[in-house]
Design a protein around this ligand. Structure first.
Ligand code: ZN
Length: 141
């Protein structure tokens, strides 16, 4: 798989505005983007820390996956996302290694990235996201 870096860490929060304030005031980070991702029923806020981002996730729907997660486990770390190239290929490889996929095909996530989730039952309890910035590949190649 050989990810190039941890693209982001997703953190489930109850209140996006209060959480953004914590990251800005206490950690001294700057929120550079707030974005709603309709098909995941979340509002997200992003902070850059070196090569890695922090993605705060607030549910926009009581039936959404982040609401359900917080109900069960409370606020906290929700997933880790690895930056990969050729995401479709990497998904097939994971599947061939017996990993259960949540997304058989990549879909569009926040910031225009192509994303896909691996099931935490197959990844030792960590919801794992693969993501690829295809716009970046185009510029580089
Ligand atoms: Zn994510």
């Amino acid at each position: 798989m050989k990810p190039s870096h941890i693209e982001h860490i997703g953190i489930a929060v109850k209140n996006l505005d209060e959480s953004v304030e914590f990251y800005e005031k206490v950690l001294g980070l700057q929120c550079y983007n707030i974005e709603e991702v309709k098909d995941q029923k979340v509002r997200t806020a992003f902070f850059q820390v070196g090569d890695t981002k922090i993605e705060l996730l607030e549910s926009t729907d009581p039936e959404g996956p982040i609401s359900k997660y917080i109900e069960k486990k409370g606020e906290g770390m929700h997933h880790i996302a690895f930056a990969v190239e050729n995401i479709e290929e990497k998904l097939r490889a994971a599947e061939q290694n017996g990993v259960r996929l949540i997304d058989k095909e990549p879909r569009k996530g926040a910031e225009g990235l192509d994303i896909a989730f691996l099931h935490p039952k197959s990844t030792h309890g960590v919801l794992t996201e693969l993501c690829e910035d295809k716009s970046k590949n185009r510029i580089n190649s």
